[in-house]
Design a protein around this ligand. Structure first.
Ligand SMILES: Nc1ncnc2c1ncn2[C@@H]1O[C@H](COP(=O)(O)OP(=O)(O)O)[C@@H](O)[C@H]1O
Ligand SMILES: [Mg+2]
Length: 239
């Protein structure tokens, strides 16, 4: 697993995020050199200055669309000073219990942002690293943090697909199969971009249902998500 050697610290009303390399270091440095000589790299492999700049610009962009992100207080060489979101991460909230009203809000926020992203051809309105530790809930509103992922050379539909898969896997892996069904049906009601769901399913399963899960563990992975989405959509089409 790849880890960011970033640090985060709260200093009163300021949240300080500093940017460091990623592990494994050898891969990070090779990617940085490739980027330097013009071979396009994912954002997560940009050097720390370029990653900071990407996150800074994305926060500014989201702010300009009225989307909920931390405010930028100041920008240093290798650190951003941000306002503190006084809430909890979704990861903490769902570790306690499932709040289905909150699930509706999450998908409605996703649908709204993707509508803007397609309308303005602005892929950076998709939150690629949408795991539950990077989404917060504060004053009944969803906030997004941590914008250090993406592929700037990909079109909006691929960014949208990446966000949907990351968010759904992160959300569903903590739930029982009955709860998963309910969450997926809320998702299919709220999220209108059926072409994104279809291409996610096809990219993972192809046209055959016989593809085997390439894993021995019981962890919920992208393959399980694609299968669940396919089953859900064929059962709703039959009704
Ligand atoms: N502005 C903020 N306000 C409150 N908590 C924050 C803020 N930014 C980050 N956090 C907390 O710090 C954690 C790590 O920050 P994040 O930006 O996701 O950095 P990393 O790249 O290390 O994952 C988040 O999961 C969240 O709990
Ligand atoms: Mg994070």
């Amino acid at each position: 697993m790849s880890l960011s050697l970033n640090t985060v610290a709260r200093d009163g009303e300021i949240f300080i995020k500093t940017y460091g390399p990623k592990t494994p270091l050898w891969r990070y440095y090779i990617r940085c050199v490739l980027d330097l000589i013009g071979v396009k790299q994912p954002v997560e492999y940009y050097n720390k200055y370029k990653r900071l700049k990407f996150e800074y610009q994305t926060l500014g962009l989201w702010n300009s669309y009225g989307l909920n992100v931390p405010n930028i207080i100041s920008k240093k060489d290798t650190a951003l000073h941000l306002s503190v979101i006084k809430g909890q991460t979704l990861s903490c909230i769902f570790a306690e219990s499932i709040d289905f009203d909150l699930v509706v809000k999450i998908f409605s926020d996703l649908n709204y942002r993707h509508t803007l992203a397609f309308k303005h051809n602005e892929p950076r309105l998709c939150h690629i690293d949408a795991n539950l530790r990077n989404i917060m809930y504060c004053n009944h509103k969803i906030f997004h943090i941590d914008f250090e992922m993406g592929r700037e050379y990909e079109p909006v539909n691929l960014w949208a697909q990446r966000e949907v898969s990351k968010l759904l896997v992160s959300l569903l892996k903590t739930f029982s199969s009955k709860e998963r069904k309910k969450v997926l049906s809320i998702f299919c009601e709220e999220y209108q971009f059926k072409n994104i769901i279809n291409s996610l399913v096809t990219s993972k399963l192809g046209n055959s249902k016989k593809v085997k899960k390439n894993k021995h563990s019981n962890e919920y992975v992208l393959y399980d998500l694609a299968l669940d989405l396919q089953n859900h959509m064929s059962s709703t089409n039959e009704n």
